[in-house]
Design a protein around this ligand. Structure first.
Ligand SMILES: Nc1ncnc2c1ncn2[C@@H]1O[C@H](COP(=O)(O)OP(=O)(O)OP(=O)(O)O)[C@@H](O)[C@H]1O
Ligand SMILES: [Mg+2]
Length: 414
């Protein structure tokens, strides 16, 4: 799957090992002709699909809906691999995403069909474009939640959360962290099957016998879109593990009712402030060991905040079991946060109304709903496109001033 000329020569010399290295004997014209005609094994041409519409624009490239020309009916999603401009060869980040997607095969994880490429010609300076090709899902959760006509019943919300946690249970069992949980990365098919998507930031983790992530594995903590970022990452933890994804799951669960992200910080500091205002002050009493995290003394941590998760979410969520589960997911100390297994065993999923199929409700909507295609969720609200950016813009209409006003922050939590 290599792109640049030099590696292509290597591929050729590998496949015909007994020949003289062709790069030394071919002239430029011959090399170009060779590349144009090279028949990549296991990597079909992207022309087998016909693009229908653009459905996503991430920092990591564009996503298109496309039709399989062979069947003319089957739809796929094609995610363009963004090439490192200066560097030669296939980007390591894309390779990592592909390796992880090849490993993960589960009903609640997006299915990678294949990798496709465009032909290298003089018109693209002999650089192919590569695409990750996925089974097409009709909606993403951010798109669905931004449409006021889409109404989830309690049973349907349970079904969404049950599938999301099943997906997390599966990937964590396979020692993969998602690291970018957010509503836009949760896909839902028209049949109501939920698929975790966007493994662009995912990585493998190793755990010791006690299930703790190994001390010496120093992961970068610049991951997870700010609004869904857990306190341990905001405080510079580099030994984080599966709980980072369960914090995101809690944020998404609350959003099923509030319909917009519950903590929309503009900076890491502000995000921590919002978290403290909802989950209570970050202290060694509630979270032993927090004092040894790298940024514990560098960030300003609001003192004397009471935990108000249930109290503040109740007006939206109403169902007491749902409030209780949220309270157990949005826990500051990652070691006390519910894991996907405990969450799946929570009464929320085992009391009436039981989780119920989404396909009937979705059948009322014939248009695909994606974050990219949705109007901004609130006036003056920028789309939260990238992980490393601050986040959204202006305060929402539903803003509720709070005690933090004087520090220049406005509480924009639901
Ligand atoms: N299989 C799919 N079916 C339908 N839509 C998809 C599929 N995969 C991705 N999308 C859409 O494209 C969007 C972007 O895809 P993805 O999240 O994988 O890319 P990304 O470049 O990493 O995005 P970002 O950086 O914004 O998170 C998704 O939010 C979703 O709306
Ligand atoms: Mg994404």
């Amino acid at each position: 799957m290599t792109v640049n000329k030099d590696t292509n020569y290597n591929m050729m010399s590998n496949s015909r090992g007994n020949e003289t290295n062709p790069s030394t004997i071919m002239n430029t014209k011959e090399k170009e002709k060779y590349i144009e005609e090279f028949d990549f094994p296991f990597c079909d041409e992207a022309t087998k699909y016909e693009k229908v519409a653009k459905i996503g624009q991430g920092t990591f490239g564009e996503v298109f809906k496309a039709r399989d020309k062979k069947t003319n009916k089957k739809f796929v999603a094609m995610k363009k691999v963004l090439m490192d401009n200066e560097k030669e060869g296939f980007p390591i980040t894309a390779l990592r995403e592909i390796r992880i997607l090849q490993l993960l095969k589960h009903e609640n994880v997006v299915n990678l069909i294949e990798i496709c490429r465009t032909k290298a010609t003089q018109y693209n300076r002999y650089r192919s474009t590569f695409y990750l090709v996925f089974d097409f899902c009709e909606h993403d959760l951010a798109g669905l939640l931004s449409n006021v006509n889409v109404k989830f019943s309690l049973g349907e919300i349970k079904k969404v959360m049950q599938q999301l946690l099943n997906g997390l249970y599966y990937i964590h069992s396979n020692k993969i962290l998602h690291r970018d949980m957010k509503a836009a990365n949760v896909l839902i098919t028209k049949n109501g099957i939920l698929k975790l998507a966007d493994f662009g930031l995912a990585r493998a983790f190793s755990a010791n016998k006690n299930g703790q992530v190994n001390r010496y594995s120093m992961y970068t903590n610049r991951v997870v879109t700010l609004w869904y970022r857990p306190p341990e990452l905001l405080l510079g933890d580099r030994n984080y593990g599966p709980p980072v994804d369960l914090w995101g799951a809690g944020c998404i669960m609350a959003e099923m009712w509030t319909r917009s992200p519950i903590m929309q910080g503009n900076t890491e500091q502000q995000q921590l402030t919002f978290i403290s205002q909802l989950c209570g002050s970050v202290t060694p009493e509630v979270w032993p060991g927090v004092e040894s995290l790298e940024l514990y003394n560098k960030m300003e941590l609001p003192r004397g905040q009471k935990r108000k998760v249930k109290e503040r979410l109740k007006p939206y969520v109403k169902d007491p079991f749902a409030c209780d589960l949220l309270d157990k997911l949005l826990v500051l100390d990652p070691s006390k946060r519910y894991d996907s297994d405990s969450a799946l065993n929570h009464d929320f999923f085992w009391t009436d109304p039981m989780p119920c199929d989404l396909s009937k409700m979705l059948a009322q909507h014939t248009q695909s709903m994606f974050e990219y295609l949705a109007p901004p969720r609130r006036p003056g609200h920028l789309r939260p496109h990238h992980h490393h950016q601050g986040g959204a813009g202006a305060a929402g209409a539903a803003a509720k001033p709070s005690s933090s006003m004087d520090s220049g922050y406005q509480d924009r939590v639901f």
